[in-house]
Design a protein around this ligand. Structure first.
Ligand code: SF4
Ligand code: SF4
Length: 430
């Protein structure tokens, strides 16, 4: 897509939160983040997710007043980033807008939500579709929403629609993006890494332990990621992110059921090692073309973790500065996976009781793992300089990636979904 006229509206500027953030960093705390799963209802059929419409279980949606109470508590506790997730958030558009507005008014700066894309289903009536999209873009742009993600599972549009059970969404997304851009909203494509990322002809399976088999699998994923980035760039996206595979051996241990044992997202440790390496090695080729959120420093750590060479893992901030609120009971958990650590209502939760020394590296959930990796050198500089020095000596490549990530993030306006890509700033990453 080439049509990117000037946006109609820019969101109002907020006062800088820097002094408060700096104060937190000096104490070794990072800006807080809460993921609110306000519903587990969904209308898509994704095999890789326990919330798929065909999976029978009693669905829950949190009462609006309860979510608002959690938002107030989050703002009070210094949380600066909040995500409203599902299920499918846009099944409840009015409640969603109200939650976003409430978060904006309470002073939370980074507000995010997303969709499986069902709203973009295009059935052939151009005028009706355009009218619907104008309304949706206008409504969301009038809020203080910063990032709006749209899930895309494959570089093959037809396959993506088949896997999600949502026909016509790809054509609709392509038509809707220029409308969103005109309203000053730049949605992100959100890939959940799976065996069909590159299309059906690249059903990637590691077939043995030989060097040749590994090379084939790695090259297959390099090709898959390249195809994917090209595909979403051609659709008109300006930002892209990748969710790391979240298969769990026992799904009952997770609060958040956005996981599955399905083979399309279930990878061996060696496969994960090669996938993370392939993604890390593919990203530099595309950084000048589309804003890619996935930090190569984090991918470097994951690659090392899965090849067994990571001696000093960076602890996740889930349950420390980052939290998850579950749709079933409205309670707080360290993340979407540690179901055994119920922390109660967020409004009753006292962050000072948190054990800041706890170390969790149980999973690869990028929502919490990526920012944990990115913040580690900053917070440990103030609170654990010796640990930082040891890590620097042991793994200088991590720091090279980290610095390059920071420079890139800066050039990307920190992935502000209310600003278009500044191509000039990205050219130096060519
Ligand atoms: S991945 Fe998202 S869209 Fe798909 S079934 Fe799960 S919640 Fe619904
Ligand atoms: S590593 Fe995974 S399981 Fe552990 S706190 Fe972070 S998100 Fe939760």
């Amino acid at each position: 897509m080439t049509c990117r006229p000037e946006p109609i509206r820019h969101p109002g500027k907020r006062s800088s939160q820097l002094p408060e953030s700096l104060f937190r960093l000096l104490q070794g705390k990072v800006p807080g983040q809460v993921v609110v799963q306000f519903t587990d209802a969904c209308n898509a059929a994704c095999a890789q997710c326990g919330m798929r419409v065909t999976n029978r279980f009693e669905r829950s949606t949190l009462p609006l007043e309860e979510v608002k109470k959690s938002i107030d508590a989050a703002a009070e506790k210094g949380v600066q980033a909040i995500s409203f997730t599902g299920g499918e958030p846009l099944l409840f558009p009015d409640a969603l807008v109200e939650m976003i507005n409430h978060a904006g008014k309470s002073g939370i700066q980074y507000i995010r939500t997303g969709t499986n894309g069902f709203v973009f289903r295009f059935k052939g009536n151009e005028n009706r579709f355009k009218y619907r999209m104008e309304k949706l873009a206008e409504t969301l742009a009038a809020t203080e929403l910063r990032n709006f993600w749209i899930s895309i599972d494959s570089a093959d549009g037809a396959l993506h629609e088949k896997m999600r059970g949502l026909d016509g969404v790809i054509r609709g997304i392509e038509k809707a993006l220029p409308i969103f851009h005109r309203h000053g909203l730049y949605p992100s494509a959100n890939l959940g890494i799976n065996r069909y990322t590159g299309g059906e002809d690249l059903d990637l399976v590691l077939t043995g332990d030989s060097k040749a088999a590994k090379e084939q699998f790695y090259s297959g994923f390099r090709q898959a990621f390249s195809r994917f980035y090209t595909f979403v760039e051609n659709l008109g996206f300006t930002i892209v992110n990748a969710c790391y595979p979240m298969s769990l051996e026992d799904e009952s241990h997770a609060v958040y059921s956005a996981s599955s044992t399905d083979r399309m997202v279930n990878f061996t440790a060696e496969e994960k090692h090669l996938i993370f390496r392939a993604l890390k090695d593919t990203i530099p080729k595309f950084r000048s073309r589309i804003r890619i959120f996935s930090p190569t420093s984090s991918l470097h750590s994951l690659e090392k973790r899965y090849n067994g060479s990571l001696r000093r893992p960076i602890p996740c901030l889930g349950g420390i500065d980052f939290f998850f609120i579950d749709a079933k009971d409205g309670n707080t958990y360290p993340c979407g996976y540690r179901a055994c650590d119920n922390l109660g209502k967020f409004s009753d939760f006292n962050p000072d009781t948190v054990d800041r020394k706890s170390v969790c590296t149980l999973c690869d959930w990028e929502c919490f793992r990526d920012p944990s990796e990115l913040f580690f050198p900053i917070t440990s500089l103030f609170t654990a300089p010796r640990k930082l020095a040891a890590k620097t000596r042991e793994d200088p490549a991590f720091f090279r990636h980290w610095i390059s990530d920071l420079l890139y993030y800066r050039a990307c306006h920190y992935f502000n979904g209310r600003q278009n890509t500044d191509k000039n700033r990205l050219t130096r990453f060519r």
